[in-house]
Design a protein around this ligand. Sequence first.
Ligand SMILES: Cc1ncc(COP(=O)(O)O)c(C=O)c1O
Length: 403
Amino acid sequence: MSDDTFFSDALSRIKPSATMAVTDTARRLRASGRDVIGLGAGEPDFDTPANIKAAAIAAIERGETKYTDVTGIAELKQAICDKFLRDNHLTYTKEQVFVAPGGKPVIYDAMMATLNAGDEVVIPAPYWVSYPDIVALAGGTPIIAAARQEDGFKLQPDTLEAAITPKTKWFIFNSPSNPTGAAYTESELKALTDVLVRHPHVWILTDDMYEHLTYDNFVFSTPAQIEPTLYERTLTMNGVSKAYCMTGWRIGYCAGPLPLIKAMGKIQSQSTSNPTSISQWAAVEALNGDQSFIAKHNAAFKMRRNMVVELLNNIEGIDCLTPEGAFYVYPSCAGCVGKVAPDGTKINSDADFATALLEAEGVAVVHGEAFGMSPFFRISYATDEKTLTEACSRIARFCAGLK
Ligand SMILES: Cc1ncc(COP(=O)(O)O)c(C=O)c1O
């Protein structure tokens, strides 16, 4: 299509998901015969647990294959209420709960339901790639607040304070973080909620997607739990994609003030309609059933995290923090920027670093620019140890070859 007037202005405000693009490139190179290690994907390498699959199969056999309530079945809403009470000491009624086809549509519906032109949304960087684009697509203005490596990639209260203006409608909070793995302790979170208490016009969208993926006895907390006065203006979001290894099933959920939940339901009723009926029944089993596999997975993730951090920190030019959670590390490649690869390519940025690394060694990582903070790159360590060891030795060889 050559006529640009055909496409909406909204389309020009966004770019395709960089993480999905890296995964696609790795897949394409592999299909063409290249030996490529993909460290770009944001999903566990473990299979969906058998009890969850069995619940889905049983739902099919029972004929649970029709439209459901737009915002989710009552059984799943009850399981979500129970989960919020059990894990986060938050009380919600079923009417305050909203289920969507993934965590991403929850954020999308919340922004579509609330943003007008000129509304600002404060987003700490490094951020999950989709936040600014969803905000922009919904007509709002993303305001990026830097969470620096020297602060463990955690937003400082004065930075949050400085980012808030009379136009701020939302603050999007994500802990443990994609892409850094940084997770806020109770006191670190309290320092942020103290700021938010002083700005009653700001709503909080907390993306707790990686809640269960923390290591070293880290204690997870969420804003409405830490500061109950924020309950009235907090949308607490979560999902089964990561902890329950259900990325393909597409179930995300949230709970919050009733008028907001109703508005989001209106959007969903005119977009996707209900999330897949079968996946909803699988999610009921995920939330209500055996949780013991999470600790087993976390033991594996922790071992991999420690291994990757150590291997990366042995490489000259790379500097990597040990994050508290998720399955990502976010190393700095500042020591490589300004150097030249053996094929003559100058490394001017983290994007150049990632491209040259893929070309030279067939290792796919996501450049930090995509997450709003350079010069870094993201590695997903949700893959087996042999592959991770090989990937790190290739990164080491690549960095050693830079002049
Ligand atoms: C921080 C964060 N939020 C939300 C999502 C979206 O999850 P879902 O796959 O359920 O849409 C992801 C997925 O990568 C994520 O990393």
